[in-house]
Write a protein that binds this ligand. Structure first.
Ligand code: SF4
Ligand code: SF4
Length: 104
């Protein structure tokens, strides 16, 4: 499990680099993001939430996705929409609200 970049979608905005608490993301010679220190990624998903292009995502282990799945996110103010794409093509979506995070 860990973050994966899709360089074809990456626009080189650098937002993922700015938010990564492990400082593991760099830009390649074309200005596209990639994980330079993959083993240091602890799958916190901060980069996934920040990316405006769905160009970085988490690869989930079989325990979470049947035969493996990829998890994307789209953040809009306090609402994050999570999208899990399973290997069989099924898409599961759910939302989280940071304003509700400490409610209980
Ligand atoms: S999942 Fe977290 S630790 Fe891993 S690259 Fe993204 S921001 Fe960094
Ligand atoms: S946030 Fe997304 S588009 Fe921006 S540099 Fe990172 S992977 Fe590329």
């Amino acid at each position: 499990m860990g973050a994966v970049t899709d360089r074809a979608k990456c626009i080189g905005c650098g937002r993922c680099i700015d938010v990564c608490p492990g400082n593991v993301i760099r830009k390649d010679e074309q200005g596209k993001a990639y994980l330079k220190y993959e083993s240091d990624c602890w799958s916190c998903a901060a980069c996934v939430k920040e990316c405006p292009m769905k160009a970085i995502y988490l690869r989930l282990p079989p325990e979470y996705g049947g035969t493996g799945a990829d998890m994307y996110a789209r953040k809009n103010k306090n609402i994050t929409t999570w999208e899990i794409v399973r290997a069989d093509g099924e898409v599961i979506r759910y939302t989280t609200d940071t304003e509700e995070a400490n409610k209980y």
